[in-house]
Structures are given as structure tokens and as C-alpha cells.
Design a protein around this ligand. Structure first.
Ligand SMILES: [Zn+2]
Length: 498
């Protein structure tokens, strides 16, 4: 039998504390592909959709691929954008026998805290109660009962930095095909605890996340479970169902699955205070001393990651404190990625390649925290349309084309600075090389990222230092967040004894 399968993606992680709502324009900036635009963009890439296309060929499915939409993490998705995305997506679901889709799991829309739960329940309504629906997720998903009930299986990535979307989608495809042929009847249950955060923020190298992922994979290998997914949650979403979760998918009766999920979450609760890495290694001043001291004769770059302006967590990407310090320290053979500032890009275009001029950079969204606008005398070295083809292995997907929108590389003293029109954290070397920056031969490379940069940049680094640049995700600002919608009591906001 030839099965018709819905595939596609709607991906967004909402930082509900961000003051910039996420609109369709933000999706267009990152990736918004409809229908026939999708195969040439995703076939042959190491993405979830790349796997879906290959699986369709192997299993003889006919794919319906109405939508592939993702946007850089940011504020709550507007009602208009959410409804339009759902309309596109669900129109392609009509007449399908099953679904293999990629969602994030921490999307929040206006009037809808549990956006993925809503998408899955609407999809379930179209496909009917018996159609298998498999969704891959980010491991920072805030998974809900509604998601578990409406999906047949939820398969979260198992790496952070996330580099296994392709493998997880293939796992989902195998499971989906067995379900379509009536060999299994997958059902999914969920367990949670009153935790706002935990599982070491999702770090998969060592610690409780590693332990639970290994235990889950052992259960899959011994066929005691079809899928075990461990999610760390995303604590910058001020929603009722925030926090870590374990979902277990089994064939048929779910009693034992629930017991496993509860046992796993007991462990997550017991280890909730475990932290494997310091949040900050050095102050900006110390980072500058280390950079200057190691500059001469460096054969590999010192990587400075400003965790406070990480757009991957919903920060604005236009903080200037670290760049200002690098200019003041007169760093040589250095690179900085990036200042998100479409107006500055236009100013650079007006000055023209090869010319020098004065530009105001960044500091627009949270000037009281990140350092405010920075006036520089810059040489315009390159202007591009922002397109680059990913080397991998990051979540952007090796082989996939992405874009920052119109972009500049400007030289300020000895520092090559990327200025971009669409916001994205630095996770792929091509984001620099496409602008003419060679990170391999820099003495110092400054990035704005918390952990995802490590997949591509740690292998080329002589050392990595995490710096708090004072932006909205800096330690001081995060400690001042006021939660209003999370369920209470919840750790660590409240004292709880279980
Ligand atoms: Zn994530």
C-alpha cells in the first residue's frame, strides 16, 4: 500500500520575557518554505526533513510537505503568525495516513501557551484517532500532556549542541512505517515534577541528562520501550507547563511506560541541583587580558562566547559591551560575530565596499544592559546577501542553505566585525567564512552563544572562555525575572519537599 505522509516543520523557542514578538516576518527571515520550495532546499541535507525525504523513498511513501518554518528564538509568536502557520500546515494534512513532523516543543503563541500541543491536537483532529503521528523535538522542549496525548511518539534530540535531528527523524520514520503497517500501535505517556529547570540545562556530555539518555537507549535496544525522550525544558518560557520531562512511547498498554517515566523523573528531581559547567568563566576585563596575552604567535583562536546576548535563548543580539572592550584593548587579528542591526547594514552599504566611514552599531533593544549603541570608524570589507551553506554539524543542518539577510564585514582596527540583518547565533563556521572572516587563523574570535557554538568552534579553538557581557541573558538580569504563569509551587522559586 502506498501511504501518504505529512512532513514539515514549525520550529520556534519562545522566550516570553523578550519584548520583541515573533511575527511571520521573523519566520521569513530565518526559514519559511512552502510546498515545492521545500524539496530542493532540504533534500540531501542532514536535517530532520532531509531524513524524511530519504525515508519516503525507502518506504515508498508519498509525501505531503506543505510547510517548513523556523525562526530564531524570540518573544511570543503573534496570534496571526501562529494561525497562518497552522493553516498552511494543516491544509497539507488532509488525506494523509500519518505524519512525521519536526517541532521545537517550546513555542508559545499569543493566547496559546502550549503551541505544539495545539498543533498536534489540530493535526489529530484532521488525521483521526488511529493515524500514527510522530514528532521530533528539541531537547529544550517544554513537553505537555496535550502533546503526549495527541502524538503517537515524541522523539527529542539527544545531543546538546543538537546535532542529531537527522538521526532522530530516521528513528521516527522507522517507527512510523511499522505503525502504518499495523505492526505496532504506539502510545506515549509523560512524567514531570515541579521543576522550572534541571537536568543540567540539557548538557549531554556528562551528568543526569547523559545518564537518563543512556538508560533510555538501553530500554529501546532491549525493546522494553519504542522511544524514551528526555527533555530539559526551557526555563525562559513563563508558562504553566514549563520544565523538564520524560516521555516514554510503547506498543499497546502504557502502564509500564508510565512507571519508567516516573522513575526517570525521580532521578531528574534528585539531581536537580547538578551543574556540570560554570555559567561564566571570566569578566570582560579578564577576557581582554587573556586575549591580549595570547595574541602574538597564536596558531589557533581563543574563543570568547558572550552568553549574555545569546539569540539562541531569545536575547537581542545587538549588545556592544564585549566589542567595545575588544576595540579598547586594541585586539589584533580578531573577529566578532555579530551585531544584529539592519540599519547599520544599510549604513555600511551606503558607504560602500573598500570605503571608510562612521557607523553606529547595535545597542537598540536593551541599551541599559548590553552597552548601548557603539560608534565606530570602520572600513567596509564585504557586503553580501547573507546566504551561506552550512558546513555542519550544528542544528542548522550540514549542506543546508541559510541566510542572515543583507550582511557586512567591517574592519575596526584589528577586528573583523560581522553585522547582520537577520538574527542567528554563531553555530557554523560558514557564518564567518561567507563574510570573508577566516576563524581558523584568528587569534581571538568572539561569538554570542551559550553552548551551541561548541559543535563547530570548540574543535578549532586553543581555548574557550564564557564571558558575561551584561546583556539580557547575563546573570544579573536573569536573577531579576519575575514569573507569573508557571505552576506553583515550583523549584527553585519555592521550597518543595516531594
Ligand atoms: Zn535546544
Amino acid at each position: 500500500m502506498n501511504y501518504r505522509i505529512l512532513t514539515g516543520e514549525i520550529e520556534h523557542e519562545a522566550n516570553t520575557f523578550s519584548k520583541v514578538p515573533t511575527t511571520l516576518e521573523h519566520f521569513r527571515s530565518s526559514s519559511l518554505l512552502l510546498g515545492d520550495e521545500i524539496p530542493p532546499a532540504r533534500q540531501g541535507t542532514r536535517t530532520a526533513l532531509g531524513a524524511a525525504f530519504e525515508a519516503a523513498e525507502k518506504f515508498g511513501w508519498t509525501l505531503s510537505h506543505p510547510l517548513a518554518a523556523s525562526a530564531t528564538p524570540g518573544g511570543v509568536v503573534t496570534k496571526e503568525a501562529f494561525e497562518q502557520l497552522c493553516a498552511w500546515f494543516l491544509a497539507g494534512a488532509e488525506g494523509c495516513d500519518g505524519a512525521l513532523i519536526n517541532l521545537h516543543g517550546a513555542m508559545v503563541a499569543e493566547d496559546c501557551e502550549d503551541a505544539e500541543g495545539e498543533i498536534l491536537s489540530r493535526l489529530r483532529a484532521v488525521l483521526g484517532p488511529d493515524a500514527p503521528v510522530v514528532a521530533t523535538l528539541d531537547l529544550h522542549a517544554n513537553v505537555t500532556e496535550k502533546m503526549a496525548t495527541n502524538a503517537s511518539a515524541l522523539i527529542a534530540v539527544r545531543t546538546y549542541p543538537h546535532i542529531d535531528y537527522y538521526e532522530r527523524a530516521w528513528q521516527g520514520a522507522e517507527l512510523l512505517d511499522r505503525a502504518l503497517r499495523g505492526k505496532i500501535r504506539p502510545g506515549t505517556v509523560i512524567a514531570k515534577r515541579p521543576m522550572l529547570e534541571g537536568l543540567d540545562g540539557g548538557r549531554t556530555q556528562i551528568g543526569p541528562m547523559r545518564e537518563l539518555i543512556d538508560r533510555g537507549e538501553a530500554l529501546e535496544e532491549s525493546a522494553k520501550a519504542l522511544v524514551v525522550s528526555v527533555c530539559a525544558g526551557f526555563s525562559l518560557s513563563d508558562i504553566h507547563d514549563v520544565g523538564p520531562s520524560v516521555t516514554v512511547t510503547v506498543d499497546g498498554d502504557t502502564t509500564e511506560a508510565q512507571r519508567i517515566a516516573e522513575e526517570f523523573m525521580d532521578y531528574a528531581w534528585e539531581t536537580r541541583e547538578f551543574v556540570s559547567a560554570r555559567d561564566i568563566d571570566v569578566s570582560i576585563a579578564e577576557a581582554m587580558e587573556r586575549a591580549k596575552a595570547g595574541e602574538a604567535g597564536a596558531d589557533k583562536p581563543l574563543i570568547l562566547a558572550d552568553i549574555s546576548d545569546n539569540s539562541g535563548g531569545g536575547a537581542y543580539g545587538d549588545a556592544t559591551n564585549l566589542l567595545r572592550a575588544m576595540i579598547a584593548a586594541d585586539l589584533q587579528n580578531a573577529a566578532f560575530h555579530a551585531i544584529f542591526d539592519p540599519a547599520a547594514v544599510q549604513a555600511g552599504i551606503a558607504i560602500g565596499v573598500g570605503n571608510k566611514g562612521r557607523i553606529m552599531l547595535g545597542g537598540k533593544h536593551a541599551p541599559e544592559m548590553g552597552g548601548g549603541p557603539l560608534k565606530v570608524d570602520a572600513q567596509i570589507v564585504s557586503i553580501t546577501d547573507g546566504h551561506f551553506r552550512c558546513y555542519g554539524p550544528s542544528f542548522l543542518g550540514g549542506g543546508a542553505w541559510r541566510s542572515f539577510g543583507p550582511s557586512l564585514m567591517v574592519r575596526v582596527g584589528g577586528i573583523e566585525v560581522a553585522v547582520i540583518s537577520h538574527l542567528e547565533q554563531a553555530v557554523d563556521l560558514a557564518q564567518l567564512t561567507s563574510l570573508g572572516i577566516d576563524p581558523l587563523h584568528c587569534a581571538t574570535v568572539a561569538l554570542k552563544s551559550y553552548h551551541h557554538f561548541r559543535a563547530a568552534f570548540e574543535p578549532i579553538a586553543r581555548e574557550v572562555l564564557l564571558v558575561d557581557g551584561g546583556g539580557v541573558m547575563g546573570r544579573n538580569s536573569l536573577s531579576e525575572l519575575v514569573y507569573r504563569h508557571v505552576r506553583r509551587p515550583i523549584w527553585p522559586l519555592d521550597q518543595i519537599k516531594l
